[in-house]
Design a protein around this ligand. Structure first.
Ligand code: LLP
Length: 379
């Protein structure tokens, strides 16, 4: 981390800093682990900085979008439309039209009502839209409840039963082509068994569909692979080998069926840092507060999901102290961590929040009328 210091000097804090070398190493690890020829669609919502997208595109990955504007960003950054998928429970007509005009590879459809709208809008354009039905497999992903998406009570997808009830309708709609099934059970999943459970659910459903005479050419199992927030410096690249192996060993693909993934966090999470300076050290009778110039406006994850990101102080003091590390925003939830042991830190010292590459900048906002943090890069 000290080696980054020359890049930090002279820049107005807080800012985002991306280690593009680590991004390239992560992409290389994915390519080497994916010896099965699976398709990777990068989940653009994790980070849509052009410098990042450039490297992801060069790797030959597609993109997974969740809004019309994300589809536009994908196209603008050179991703082929045949490598773009679009999910989202509330696609507007305008967003569907953007995706139809871009001739994306597939709509990941989340309800039968949406399916009818896509059919109608495609019909008006004289097009046939590829669709994959998003199935809610009723699986506990074992992650924070705000980032679990495949449990019964979640708003995403339709149940397997609903799919069977709708097969006739899907067959009758003239402007959609039912090409596959889509799943995404949640995010920041470190227990690979959860993906094994997903494979078992997919196998069951595929068998039942096969019994009705249906075999679909595509299967999309979403993203969700977690990263190491506790020790990002020693463990910067997720276990892609283990991840792809779980699917290779447990998923019963039909002959010629193609498998798709939508990885977000695991690709970009560790290459991004939020860099701040210490504004004040406030020593109260109960707590030492380290007050940073970065807050929940730059990185919402701690306030929203109680996420714990590793905090590094670049002070060169030899003595350690225990701090509550907080931001400047007028909210008590604006805290990066309680009782964190750091080298004694003083006003002006850099403090870096690690693992901020995914869902950091894309979720930043200007609450308290703050300036938006800028991104900087290092190769
Ligand atoms: N596919 C779909 C349909 C998704 O909804 C998501 C993420 C992904 C793929 C990518 O998942 P990943 O590989 O990144 O886990 N803001 C939260 C995470 C929200 C994830 C939303 N969906 C956070 O900061 O933890």
């Amino acid at each position: 981390m000290e080696s980054f210091l020359p890049h930090f000097e002279g820049k107005e804090t807080p800012f985002y800093f991306y280690d593009l070398g680590l991004l390239s190493d992560t992409i290389a690890a994915i390519k080497s682990a994916n010896r099965y020829g699976y398709h990777i669609h990068y989940a653009l919502k994790a980070n849509n900085n052009p410098e990042i997208l450039k490297r992801i595109k060069e790797a030959g990955f597609g993109v997974d979008c969740v809004s019309g504007n994300e589809v536009k960003i994908g196209v603008k950054n050179g991703f082929q439309s045949s490598h773009i998928v679009l999910a989202g429970v509330g696609k507007t007509d305008k967003e569907i039209e953007i995706a139809l005009d871009a001739d994306i590879f597939s709509f990941n459809v989340e309800s039968i009502a949406e399916l009818k709208v896509i059919d109608e809008l495609a019909g008006k354009r004289g097009k046939v839209a590829n669709i994959s039905m998003r199935i809610n497999p009723a699986i506990d992903a074992g992650t924070h409840h705000y980032i679990t998406t495949g449990a019964k009570e979640n708003k995403f997808g339709i149940s397997g039963d609903e799919l069977f009830e709708s097969l006739q309708l899907i067959n009758e709609l003239k402007h959609i082509d039912f090409i596959g099934l889509h799943f995404h059970i949640g995010s920041q999943i470190n227990d690979l068994n959860r993906f094994k459970n997903l494979c078992e659910k997919v196998n069951e459903l595929q068998k039942a569909l096969h019994d009705t005479g249906l075999s679909l050419p595509h299967l999309n199992v979403g993203g969700g692979l977690g990263i190491n927030y506790q020790d990002p410096i020693n463990d910067p690249i997720p276990d892609f080998e283990g991840y792809f192996r779980v699917f290779h060993e447990n998923l019963e693909l039909l002959p010629d069926q193609e498998l798709h993934f939508e990885l977000g966090r695991s690709i970009v999470g560790q290459c991004g840092y939020l860099v701040s300076r210490t504004l004040y050290v406030k020593e109260s009778p109960h707590t030492n507060f380290l007050i940073l110039d970065a807050g929940m406006t730059e990185l919402m994850r701690p306030a929203l999901y109680q996420a714990k990101h590793k905090i590094v102080s670049l002070s060169n003091a030899s003595l350690n102290k225990v701090y509550d590390v907080v931001g400047p925003i007028c909210e008590s939830s604006d805290s990066f961590g309680k009782a964190i042991e750091l080298p004694e830190t003083k006003r002006g010292d850099f403090v870096v929040i690690c693992s901020a590459g995914a869902y950091g900048e894309t979720m930043k906002n200007a609450y308290n009328a703050r300036d938006l943090a800028k991104p900087y890069y290092k190769d």
